[in-house]
Design a protein around this ligand. Structure first.
Ligand code: PMP
Length: 386
């Protein structure tokens, strides 16, 4: 075979044009590697219960890695299902009150797998337009008719269900919307689904561990745990401080996912250390049922104080507190000055949020004291002049 000719240096020139456009719109992103133990106040991560560094949880990761190996060695259906995965699935289902659960390597792959496996060319999917990117990707891959309707508009969901052209239907929503932290109207959505023969899929990434009895999540709080027509997806990387995702629901749904969900079948299983960390964190949550209430108290304090200082702030339904910023450039500048002063805050710009919207996104943590919150608010007020 002939050797390939010289490599042309222009095939990626279009990337420079794209980068210039992003720079002009204030949408360049930068990775900021975080050293261990910075002493920063972290209001940017999703470690709501403060368990990612908990010695019991981190210790469980280390012990499982030594016992089972650093990686899972294969996909779930080949060598990747350890006894830890089985135990985690059993315990998640028991805790949340569903018949069954299936663990994935991330919340993203759990969402991809659940949406694609539960829909197809004979289905309609109706979603809130603010659902998480992983659900949107699932919709795109599904080959279903997809209608993404106005945010929090049950009448629009109902109309789309009633006028669909396909026999099967799936309504897809976040429980707590990830940018503004507002709650989906799960009761109304369930009613709409039941009136129109649709199943409901709820991504409880931000509700699990924070809402519902002992942190059982928004689906449990809405009285829908164990419902035969409701499927819940979770991430293990927020309240449980670990890594991975899960789908919870009726036994026959989970069996169907094992046989057909491509992001389950063709993906290397979750690392045993992460499964062990999630199990350990779940045990902590069971033993300390006051942790979710502490997160909510921190979120309220943050939001009340920032509103008093003159910011436009969301009223938090869970751990996420969203602060309006006037432009993407301002949001970045505010977040950078806060980081320089030792307070990490999230900064959301398009395409993470719709065009024209920019936010500082603060996340509450159960292990922050009132004086931690007060000091962080002072930094934010100083770094983001009104
Ligand atoms: N759903 C929502 C609502 C999320 O916020 C996230 C994480 N950003 C995910 C799913 C994806 O979960 P993971 O990070 O475990 O892939």
């Amino acid at each position: 075979m002939n050797a390939p000719g010289p490599a042309p240096d222009h095939v990626f020139d279009w990337l420079d044009t794209e980068a210039e456009k992003r720079a002009a719109a204030g949408l360049v992103r930068r990775l900021r590697p975080r050293p261990a133990n910075t002493g920063e106040v972290d209001l940017a991560g999703n470690d709501y219960l403060g368990l990612a560094r908990d010695k019991r949880v981190a210790g469980a990761t280390a012990a499982a890695a030594l016992r089972w190996g650093a990686g899972a060695t294969g996909s779930r259906l080949v060598t990747g299902s350890t006894e830890l995965h089985a135990e985690l699935e059993h315990e998640l289902a028991r805790f949340c009150g569903t018949q069954s659960a299936l663990v994935f390597s991330s919340g993203f792959t759990a969402n991809l797998g659940a949406v694609t496996a539960l829909s197809g060319s004979d289905s309609a999917i109706v979603t809130d337009k603010y659902i998480h990117a992983s659900l949107i990707e699932g919709c795109r891959l599904s080959r279903a008719d997809v209608a993404a309707v106005a945010h929090s508009d049950t009448a629009a969901i109902t109309h789309a269900l009633a006028t669909r052209r396909k026999p099967r239907a799936l309504v897809v929503t976040d429980s707590v919307f990830s940018v503004d932290g507002d709650l989906a109207k799960l009761g109304e959505l369930t009613e709409a689904c039941r009136a129109h023969g649709a199943a409901l899929l709820v991504d409880d990434a931000h509700g699990f561990g924070v809402l519902g009895e002992g942190g059982r999540g928004a689906v449990h709080q809405a009285g829908l745990a164990g419902a035969p027509d409701v499927v819940t997806t979770l991430t293990l990387s927020k309240s449980l401080g670990a890594q991975g995702g899960a789908v919870l629901g009726p036994r026959r749904v989970i069996k169907h996912l094992v046989d057909t969900a491509r992001s389950f079948i063709f993906d290397t299983a979750l690392a045993p250390g992460s499964a062990a960390a999630a199990l350990s964190a779940l045990n902590v949550l069971r033993a300390e049922p006051d942790l979710p209430g502490k997160v909510l108290a921190v979120a309220s304090r943050l939001s009340e104080q920032l509103a008093e200082a003159g910011f436009t702030v969301s009223t938090p339904d869970a751990a996420v507190v969203s602060v309006h910023a006037p432009s993407p450039e301002k949001a970045v500048a505010w977040a950078e000055s806060c980081a320089e002063q030792g307070v990490r805050v999230g900064c959301f710009r398009p395409p993470s949020v719709p065009d024209g919207i920019s936010r500082l996104r603060l996340t509450a943590r159960a292990d922050l004291t009132e004086s931690d919150v007060d000091a962080a608010v002072k930094v934010i007020v100083d770094c983001a002049p009104r």
